[in-house]
Design a protein around this ligand. Structure first.
Ligand SMILES: Cc1cc2nc3c(=O)[nH]c(=O)nc-3n(C[C@H](O)[C@H](O)[C@H](O)COP(=O)(O)OP(=O)(O)OC[C@H]3O[C@@H](n4cnc5c(N)ncnc54)[C@H](O)[C@@H]3O)c2cc1C
Length: 397
C-alpha cells in the first residue's frame, strides 16, 4: 500500500510535539509527517517540572529554574543545593506556542484536527481513521493514552493534584528555591504533599498532591490548598490567578510499546511516566531522541532496550511498599532526602545510578519493609506470568 505519510503522530501533546521536534533536529525533515490532535491547544493546561544538567531542547521556554530546593519532612526542613542540576519549570502555554511556531515553519509537517477513532495495521503500513477519513503512514507514533484494565498483580495508583497560582499582597515566597515536597500536612492512608514553584516573591504555583488509588472530591484539594497557604506560607490575603488540575498514572503494570508491527506507543501511553514519581517530561525527551536516532540510523524506530530494567523493578517495589502500607510515603521520602546526597537521589530517580549506589540508597530505607515488598512483588509477578493470556508481551521502558 502506498503511504501518504512517512510518519503519523497521533496526539499533539508533550510527546507528539517533542517527537516531531526531535525528528527535525535530527535532520529528518524531508519525511512527510502528519500530526493529529482533537483540537488546537488554547489553554495553559499544565506546568512541567524536571531537573537536568545544562541545557535541554526546550531551554527557550523554561520560565523559571532553581539550583536550591526546599524539602520539608514532618520534622525536618532542609534547603538543598542540587548543582550541577537545575530544577526547571516549563508552562504548557509557552511550550505549545513555541512548538506551534516551529511546526508552522516546517513544510514537511501537516497538521490535522479530528478525533482518532482507530489505528489499524495494513500491509507495510498503518491506517489511521479520523472522523471517517483514512490516512496511511509507514509508521505511527501514538500518544493517545487509554488507562489499562486493572490487574490484581499490579499496583494501580494515581498521582493527582490541584494547583493555584496565587499572588500575595506581602512578599512571602523565596524566589531562589522551589519547594520540592512539603510533607508537613495531615497524612491519610495515602501520600500527600505540597510543592511550591515561586515565580517571584509575591507569586507562586502551589500544588496540593496525592499519590493514592483514587481521586478525591475537588473540595478536598481546595481545603488543603487554603489551609497550607494560611498555616505554612503565612499568607492571609491573596488572589488566585490560575488553576491547574492533573491526574497521572502510577503503575508497575507494563505498558505496550509496540501494539502492532508499525505502531509505537509514546509518552504516557508508551510507559514514559515513572511509576514511582509521575515524572514524565524528561523521559519523553529521552524517548524522542532515541526514536529519532534509530530512524536515522536504521530506518525503523524501535531502539534496543535492556532485557531487564532494575529501576522499574524498584519502582514496583516502592509502589508495593506504599500500597501495602509497609512504610508510610512521607517517612520513606524523608529518609531518602535526609540520608542521601540530593544529587544521588536525583540520579536514582533518573535511573542513572549504579547497582552499588542503589544498594547504598536502599540501605537508608526501611530494609525489612523493602525486602518483604520485593518477595511479595516476586510472587505477584510470577502469578501474573502464569496467568497471562495475551500473546503480545507488554514491556516497560
Ligand atoms: C496537569 C499536569 C501536570 C504535569 N506536570 C508534570 C511535571 O511537572 N513533570 C513531569 O515530568 N510530568 C508532568 N506531567 C505528566 C506528563 O508530563 C504530562 O501528562 C504530559 O503531557 C504527557 O505527554 P503525552 O504526550 O503522553 O500526553 P498529552 O500531553 O496529554 O498528549 C496527548 C494528546 O492526545 C490528544 N488526544 C487524546 N485523545 C485523542 C483522540 N482520540 N484523537 C486525537 N487526539 C487525541 C490530546 O488532546 C493530547 O493533546 C503532568 C501532567 C499533568 C496532567
Amino acid at each position: 500500500m502506498q503511504s501518504q505519510f512517512d510518519y503519523i503522530i497521533t496526539g499533539a501533546g508533550a510527546a507528539g510535539r517533542s517527537l516531531v521536534y526531535h525528528l527535525g533536529q535530527a535532520g529528518l525533515n524531508h519525511q512527510r509527517i502528519l500530526l493529529i490532535d482533537e483540537a488546537p491547544k488554547r489553554q495553559n493546561d499544565r506546568t512541567w517540572c524536571f531537573w537536568e544538567v545544562g541545557s535541554g531542547p526546550f531551554e527557550a521556554v523554561v520560565a523559571r529554574s532553581w539550583d536550591q530546593l526546599w524539602f520539608h519532612g514532618a520534622e525536618h526542613s532542609r534547603r538543598i543545593a542540587i548543582e550541577p542540576y537545575r530544577y526547571k519549570m516549563i508552562e504548557g502555554g509557552d511550550f505549545y506556542r513555541f512548538t506551534e511556531e516551529w511546526i508552522a515553519a516546517q513544510p514537511n509537517i501537516t497538521r490535522h484536527y479530528g478525533r482518532v477513532e482507530r489505528i489499524e495495521e495494513r500491509g507495510e503500513g498503518v491506517a489511521v481513521l479520523v472522523d471517517n477519513e483514512e490516512y496511511y503512514g509507514r509508521w505511527v507514533f501514538n500518544s493517545i493514552y487509554k488507562p489499562q484494565q486493572r490487574h490484581p498483580s499490579y499496583v494501580h495508583w494515581l498521582q493527582h493534584f490541584k494547583g493555584w497560582v496565587i499572588k500575595s499582597r506581602e512578599p512571602r515566597f523565596d524566589p531562589e528555591a522551589a519547594t520540592f515536597m512539603d510533607f508537613r500536612i495531615a497524612q491519610g492512608n495515602d501520600v500527600r504533599f505540597v510543592y511550591v514553584l515561586p515565580y517571584g516573591a509575591h507569586t507562586a504555583l502551589v500544588e496540593y498532591t496525592f499519590f493514592s488509588p483514587a481521586l478525591v472530591a475537588h473540595e478536598i484539594y481546595d481545603a488543603g490548598l487554603r489551609s497550607y497557604i494560611t498555616s505554612h506560607l503565612g499568607i492571609d490575603s491573596y488572589s488566585i490567578e490560575h488553576v491547574e488540575f492533573g491526574v497521572i498514572p502510577m503503575t508497575d503494570m507494563p505498558f505496550v510499546r509496540q501494539p502492532s508491527p508499525h505502531v509505537m506507543n509514546i509518552g504516557t501511553a508508551g510507559g514514559m511516566t515513572k511509576a514511582s514519581t509521575g515524572y514524565t517530561f524528561q523521559r519523553i525527551q529521552q524517548q524522542s531522541a532515541r526514536i529519532a536516532t534509530s530512524l536515522r540510523t536504521t530506518g525503523q524506530p524501535f531502539y534496543r532496550k535492556p532485557l531487564m530494567n532494575r529501576h522499574s523493578l524498584m519502582d514496583g517495589v516502592l509502589l508495593n511498599v506504599l500500597d501495602t502500607g509497609r512504610e508510610r510515603g512521607h517517612i520513606f521520602f524523608d529518609k531518602l532526602f535526609r540520608r542521601n546526597p540530593p544529587q544521588r537521589v536525583l540520579r536514582f530517580l533518573d535511573e542513572e545510578t549504579s547497582l552499588v549506589e542503589d544498594i547504598a540508597l536502599m540501605m537508608t530505607a526501611n530494609t525489612p519493609a523493602f525486602v518483604a515488598a520485593s518477595l511479595d512483588l516476586g510472587t505477584r509477578r510470577t502469578w501474573a506470568a502464569l496467568t497471562a493470556t495475551n500473546a503480545a508481551a507488554p514491556e516497560r521502558e
